[in-house]
Design a protein around this ligand. Structure first.
Ligand SMILES: *[C@@H]1O[C@H](CO)[C@@H](O)[C@H](O)[C@H]1NC(C)=O
Ligand SMILES: *[C@@H]1O[C@H](CO)[C@@H](O)[C@H](O)[C@H]1NC(C)=O
Ligand SMILES: *[C@@H]1O[C@H](CO)[C@@H](O)[C@H](O)[C@H]1NC(C)=O
Ligand SMILES: *[C@@H]1O[C@H](CO)[C@@H](O)[C@H](O)[C@H]1NC(C)=O
Ligand SMILES: *[C@@H]1O[C@H](CO)[C@@H](O)[C@H](O)[C@H]1NC(C)=O
Ligand SMILES: *[C@@H]1O[C@H](CO)[C@@H](O)[C@H](O)[C@H]1NC(C)=O
Ligand SMILES: *[C@@H]1O[C@H](CO)[C@@H](O)[C@H](O)[C@H]1NC(C)=O
Ligand SMILES: *[C@@H]1O[C@H](CO)[C@@H](O)[C@H](O)[C@H]1NC(C)=O
Length: 554
């Protein structure tokens, strides 16, 4: 069937239209961490070398410096496609599930792209961000950066990591058109969609001679240097645009999978002509059509998941989000409550805008108001245009009587030009901040120790528990991979029983201490965020997902 551009676009995009949802309520263990990955790409807290910086300028500064035609942007797209490509949508199996990490030695997955992508995302992997979600975020970031913000793929979370390899079946260049048509159909893409997805995927990157010597020449460099001998798919490889389609239609012989020396591996030529050249011509004639189509195709690609996986709604950035909240018991019967409030810049545009934090005591009564202050560098945003809003962080700190305690707060913003005050209350209930069990960072430390001749981490954690007599036990819980030799594996919770030390005088807080030690090989996730949990017959309280960044290294 010959599609007009309008019909094709309407059909491709209609499946994914959903009404916008209101802001979610904070905290949300399923969304908070993913929202941070997607929308707080560059921020002052997460250390240097943000994930998105790897795809700065699409290929990324480190890959560009090599000058051998490697591109992190292209790799992250290829990684997501190869991971998804073994899906069987009618059986409801496979899709984006990170099974690619177990499938790298297959000939259909030749090249360094998969190992490099895993290496970059490994440090971000945790119980709240599956590797499959991170691979999807990688694809979203790559096309966002490579298109300079013209392709913004909506992101849903909730992908579940595979525990081992899946079936093979990633399309390969030497296969014939009926084989490709069948394998794309198995993934859920018809002929037009196959053409579109391949053209979109081949807008950046190229074929590496080191991996595919039968497709492009792979001369050994005479000077002893390494060279990937890359031939790119079009003549502007770092630009995500329709040039790959335009050049194909114009018979520019750049693309080795369309016009390469080896006819057997001209898979793009066969695929682009599979509908008589209709879709690729439409993509060639309009860059807007190309970009819109690619947005839809990549959204479908990353949302292809096993049937039993339920994705979240599209994750939208919160306007107001607490960050690094901390409550500490002082030795003068007071509590220090501090943290940062991330505020979308739209709400604080006017000069002289004030941010006030209205804390409520444990019983819900108003405590003295804290003022939010900001300073240079306390800002966050995305690594490429249109991904999301920019933010400013406002720091606050308050000292309150320990017997009154704290339960929640609201944020008031008073506009500097109109004087209008608006209260943000997190959907009605305020932003919760509990003082039931508290990490006492100033009494805690992390260190490197040697156990039986191997280097290990030690977390020496002190917690303060309010009304400790209500609980049967207090635990320090550090999730760890169940198989530290595997690239990914299901998480297990390593539970350390915390021992009571003493009551903090003049308060109802009791200090507890627990020491966790790593075992086996150290991995990128050895210092996984940890939980403190006090459990009793009638009540359980917790302080979840605490960062090691707040614990002094000694
Ligand atoms: C062309 O590609 C096919 C499939 O990879 C391979 O078997 C063949 O040897 C290649 N031909 C040449 C001349 O490299
Ligand atoms: C490209 O090559 C094909 C096949 O030789 C030919 O039919 C077509 O007219 C050419 N297109 C252009 C723009 O030269
Ligand atoms: C805020 O004040 C500065 C310095 O007076 C001025 O340059 C800037 O334009 C003002 N911004 C707004 C949004 O009014
Ligand atoms: C400790 O708890 C008891 C019982 O709830 C209460 O009566 C007392 O005021 C509390 N003391 C402090 C210092 O909070
Ligand atoms: C150290 O090795 C000994 C002997 O293999 C073993 O009994 C002991 O449990 C090990 N200690 C730790 C902390 O792993
Ligand atoms: C844990 O930290 C406390 C407080 O700094 C210290 O007294 C204790 O010796 C530490 N324990 C270990 C095993 O390092
Ligand atoms: C752990 O992972 C390694 C590497 O993937 C694998 O060889 C080994 O069988 C796994 N061990 C267990 C107990 O599953
Ligand atoms: C802690 O106590 C609760 C309630 O008695 C019990 O159900 C739970 O198994 C205990 N947990 C640990 C880790 O000891």
């Amino acid at each position: 069937m010959a599609w007009t551009r309008a019909v094709a676009y309407a059909v491709l995009s209609s499946q994914f239209w959903l009404p916008t949802k209101a802001d979610y309520i904070w905290p949300n263990a399923q969304i908070d961490e993913l929202e941070r990955e997607v929308f707080e790409q560059e921020n002052p807290f997460d250390g240097p070398g943000s994930t998105v910086s790897f795809v700065d300028g699409c290929s990324g500064p480190a890959e560009r410096a090599l000058g051998i035609g490697r591109s992190f942007g292209a790799e992250w797209i290829r990684n997501a496609y190869h991971d998804m490509a073994t899906a069987d949508v009618s059986a409801g199996t496979g899709g984006l599930d990170a099974s690619i990490v177990f499938e790298m030695d297959r000939s259909e997955n030749v090249g360094d792209a998969f190992r490099e992508t895993l290496g970059i995302f490994q440090g971000s992997h945790n119980t709240r961000a599956s590797m499959a979600d991170l691979f999807a975020i990688g694809a979203v970031m790559a096309v966002g950066a490579c298109s300079n913000g013209k392709v913004i793929v909506p992101f849903r979370g909730g992908r579940v990591d595979a525990a081992g390899p899946g079936p093979s079946g990633v399309p390969e260049p030497q296969q014939d058109l009926p084989t490709h048509t069948l394998s794309f159909a198995k993934q859920g893409f018809d002929t037009s969609e196959m053409i579109a997805l391949v053209a979109c995927g081949h807008s950046v990157g190229g074929v590496h001679g080191v991996d595919f010597p039968e497709i492009v020449p792979n001369p050994v460099p005479t000077n002893g240097a390494t060279n990937d001998n890359t031939v790119t798919f079009d003549t502007t490889t770092d630009n995500f645009d329709n040039l790959v389609a335009k050049e194909f239609v114009a018979n520019v012989s750049q693309n080795p999978l369309a016009f390469g020396q080896n006819e057997t591996t001209r898979s793009d030529f066969r695929i682009f002509n599979a509908d008589g050249g209709d879709m690729i011509s439409q993509m060639a004639s309009s860059n807007d059509f190309f970009l819109n189509t690619c947005t839809t195709m990549f959204e479908r690609m990353i949302n292809t998941v096993p049937r039993d996986v339920k994705l979240t709604d599209v994750i939208k950035p919160l306007k107001i989000k607490p960050r690094k909240l901390s409550v500490t018991v002082n030795d003068d019967q007071s509590l220090s409550v501090s943290g940062f409030i991330r505020i979308v810049d739209d709400l604080i545009g006017a000069n002289g805008t004030q941010v006030l934090i209205h804390l409520a005591s444990r019983s819900g009564e108003a405590l003295p108001v804290a003022t939010g202050t900001t300073s240079q560098g306390l800002t966050a945003g995305c690594g490429y245009p249109n991904c999301g809003p920019s933010y400013t962080y406002f720091r606050f700190s308050s000292t309150i009587p320990a017997d009154q305690g704290v339960s929640s707060f609201t944020v008031e913003i008073i506009d500097g030009s109109t004087g209008k005050a608006t209260i943000y209350n997190n959907g009605g209930g305020g932003f919760p901040v509990s003082d039931a069990i508290l990490p006492m960072f100033s009494f805690s430390s992390q260190s490197s120790i040697t156990i039986n001749g191997s280097d290990q981490l030690q977390l020496n954690m002190t917690a303060a528990v309010l009304n400790a007599e209500m609980y049967a036990n207090v635990s320090l819980i550090v999730p760890q991979p169940s198989n530290k030799s595997a690239p990914i594996s299901p998480w297990i919770q390593e539970i350390v029983h915390m021992e009571p030390l003493s009551k903090i005088s003049g308060t109802n807080f009791t200090l507890y201490r627990g020491i966790w030690q790593s075992s086996g090989p150290l991995t990128a996730v050895s210092s996984h965020p940890f939980d403190l949990v006090a459990q009793g017959a009638t009540k359980t309280v917790s302080s979840l997902f605490n960062s090691w960044d707040d614990v002094e290294f000694i």
